[in-house]
Design a protein around this ligand. Sequence first.
Ligand SMILES: Cc1cc2nc3c(=O)[nH]c(=O)nc-3n(C[C@H](O)[C@H](O)[C@H](O)COP(=O)(O)O)c2cc1C
Length: 349
Amino acid sequence: MIENRKEEHITIAENNNVSMEHNYWDDIKLIHQAVPEIDFDKIDTKTKFILHNIGAPMIISSMTGGTDKAKKINYNLAVAAEKFNIPMGVGSMRAAIEKPELSATFSVILERKVPVRLANIGAPQLIQQSKKPFLDSDIEKLFNLIEANYLIVHFNYLQEMVQPEGDHNAKGVLKRLKELAASYPVIAKETGNGFSHEAAIDLKDAGVKAIDVGGSGGTSFAAIEYYRAKKSSDTEKMRSGISFWNWGIPSPASIRFCDVGLPVIGSGGLRNGQDLAKAIAFGAVAGGFARSLLKSADTTADEIIDEISYILRDLKIAMFLTRSDNIKKLKKVKYFVTEPLGSWLKIYE
Ligand SMILES: Cc1cc2nc3c(=O)[nH]c(=O)nc-3n(C[C@H](O)[C@H](O)[C@H](O)COP(=O)(O)O)c2cc1C
């Protein structure tokens, strides 16, 4: 059951170690400027996200929907998105198509003024699997359900390989993506394993408006599915979960590989405002946070507001100490890259 799966993902992500072993944001050091010569209180984090003016270069990444717990999480996240004037994604909306009675667990975000709303569907559901693909009318329905500004199509093929009920077919996705991108503003997103340069070119050719790298170094969906497989004693999937736990392209490297002339969202493993500053310095228009927001969003709106205010305060400190009184300047700051990220960056040289 899809709603059970979404509930299990939340419980596992909140209560287990599902992180990759190495966080590649630690391999970037922004160069400290001991003489900032700017006023901390006048630092401006406002920026442009594609066509929208937002309060900070931060996105609440797609996570959930489909259950009562998810409804609460989405509502609390929407309160915070309104407060900080930042974009927000809901989790995969497959549940709302398969069970329309679950629609309110997504549309609850319309109770708040979320400046940019991101609908979400999985690339595997665009084509024939054991189940029928989504029809144009399904996609229209879910896009309208949250009055979305963009349709995120998430690429999660490693997860599909490790989860017990995963979809195996990826043939024909690009053709269908191209059709969708002709009718909707589409953002292509990975879910923790990153996009290569080749993938980014394919996505650009398909007509997507932006790429969210969702790179490796943070939440590992192989790990999350490992815990699910363990619960059902599925040895085969447990083995794959362990073997692919750390698979993927580091988030910062994927930002570089996706430099194909489209806005790039840096995500995967962001923990704090310093990581966010690094993502912007590395070339992203915004940084996406998922699991580091989950627990507080599952508590109260005040908790998630506090959590994001800590992130944004640290972003401002990183800006202060790199002499950046606005985001334009932050994009140009000096940094130093250590291994193993340094070697990843040489792949396409
Ligand atoms: C509990 C949970 C559920 C998620 N569900 C979705 C989803 O439905 N759609 C999607 O595009 N990404 C989903 N993600 C992936 C995140 O958006 C993000 O790409 C990934 O977790 C890496 O970011 P992080 O390291 O900040 O967690 C989910 C993540 C978590 C932790």
